[in-house]
Design a protein around this ligand. Structure first.
Ligand SMILES: Cc1cc2nc3c(=O)[nH]c(=O)nc-3n(C[C@H](O)[C@H](O)[C@H](O)COP(=O)(O)OP(=O)(O)OC[C@H]3O[C@@H](n4cnc5c(N)ncnc54)[C@H](O)[C@@H]3O)c2cc1C
Length: 395
């Protein structure tokens, strides 16, 4: 057994940390307060090779594996604990990988180079008002008419709608293409948002990760060319599940990065802050909490790195990978939330202030507890299903 990263991965971490320290951390407060990631930050990230990092070199990406992509997510979230920049990074890495793996050559040549250059945004549009957890219940349709695909329906709580509408870009989108039970009639396609007749977007303000928009996409007889179909017709559910495994691993890595950074901040603070004549760090009530937080963080980190490694090495059956990813996604956001809450408490009133900035992290990681990239109970259902067999799935 070998718990170490490769030399390239260590170098990558070091260089991304330096890059994020200079080019991202300095903007973290502004990103949250102004509600957008400055275009200069995205340009710098693109130049550094952080956008669409898993996309292959022929389309401008690094063709990074998921362990490397996870290192990137950790480092970005260390620098911007609000998760806004991490979300921008990880949806492109997770779903760009799926587009690259299953998209048509024409579509990839048209779309992916602009994503990796940071000119356009690429996201995932799966959730509908009927409930994001039950993907098989979606009702957005895609029908073939006069050599085009015509889309009707709406998606909601979609990250990056304002970015895609303003700067350009679109979504790997799951749609219904055949009648039939459950997941069997679903397909995956690319839907460009900007300048597509019949498509409108709307913003829904969120409690956190303010630098990245979220909202609705309405498709009313919107047409896309046939080559925007991703993979085979009616196989979309399987591509979606693969993409969720990729994106969930990166989400979990981002939570680890934010928690690690906040815990370091907490350690510095409790050593420096004196009350009752001693540094806070000397009191058992604080020190024991620190020890527990450390263990939680290390346990979560191991599960996240194991999930990334399993994705890269194809180590284990799909069932084992599903279980490992769901375990990582279940533990990492909750761990991050608990650590940020504890560190905030150690800071007393200062911890609650905007000045300390810890609340940005608390608001950001909460998105992954309530639902983004899959709700926590759904992770438990996946783990239960993989342990018990699909005949015990509660749906
Ligand atoms: C900040 C943010 C960003 C997002 N970005 C995107 C995006 O870019 N693209 C996208 O497609 N979606 C996005 N989503 C939506 C996300 O995928 C959904 O929130 C998620 O899938 C859950 O769906 P829902 O919110 O409709 O909750 P529901 O499916 O209605 O579930 C509500 C609650 O019930 C629980 N629950 C559901 N079913 C069961 C069950 N069988 N047993 C026990 N408990 C159950 C869930 O755990 C959850 O707590 C985002 C969400 C957030 C919060």
């Amino acid at each position: 057994m070998d718990f170490s990263f490769t030399e390239e991965q260590e170098l990558f971490r070091k260089s991304v940390r330096e890059f994020c320290g200079k080019k991202l951390a300095t903007h973290a407060r502004e990103i949250d307060e102004k509600g957008e990631i400055p275009s200069a930050v995205l340009e710098d990230m693109a130049d550094f090779g952080l956008l669409g990092i898993t996309i292959s070199g022929e389309y401008g990406g690094r063709g990074a594996d998921f362990t490397t992509a996870a290192i990137g997510a950790e480092e970005i979230a260390r620098a911007d604990i609000s998760m806004a920049t991490a979300v921008y990074y990880l949806v492109e890495a997770g779903w760009g990988f799926i587009m690259d793996k299953y998209g048509s050559r024409n579509a990839k040549e048209e779309i992916l180079p602009d994503v990796t250059k940071g000119k356009t945004f690429l996201g995932i549009a799966s959730t509908e008002a009927s409930g994001g957890s039950d993907i098989a219940s979606i009702s957005t349709t895609m029908e073939k008419k006069n050599g085009k695909f015509v889309l009707n329906g709406s998606k909601t709580y979609i990250s990056g709608v304002r970015e895609a509408a303003n700067q350009g870009g679109g979504y790997v989108t799951i749609v219904k293409t055949a009648h039939g039970p459950g997941h069997k009639g679903l397909s995956f396609c690319y839907v460009p948002v900007k300048d597509t007749p019949g498509i409108t977007t709307g913003v829904i303000r969120q409690m956190g990760r303010e630098g990245m928009s979220n909202g609705t996409i309405i498709m009313n007889n919107a047409e896309i060319p046939e080559h925007y179909l991703i993979g085979e017709l009616n196989k979309g559910f399987y591509y979606a599940m693969e993409g969720f495994n990729c994106a969930r691993t990166l989400v979990s890595a981002a939570c680890i990065g934010a928690a690690e950074k906040v815990l370091e901040t907490g350690i510095k603070y409790i050593k420096a802050r004196e009350v009752f004549g001693s540094p806070l760090a000397k009191f058992e009530g604080i020190q024991f909490q620190l020890a527990e937080d450390y263990i939680k963080l290390e346990s979560a980190r191991l599960l996240v790195h194991k999930a990334a490694w399993m994705l890269d090495e194809k180590n284990g059956s799909l069932h084992e990978i599903n279980k490992a990813v769901a375990a990582a996604k279940l533990i990492a956001p909750t761990t991050a939330f608990e650590i940020i809450r504890d560190v905030m408490t150690w800071h007393g009133a200062y911890g609650y202030s905007k000045e300390a900035g810890l609340e940005r992290g608390l608001r950001g990681v909460t998105s992954y507890i309530v639902g983004a990239e899959g709700a926590q109970n759904i992770m438990k259902i996946i783990i239960g299903r993989e342990l018990l067999g699909k005949e015990f799935a509660p749906y």
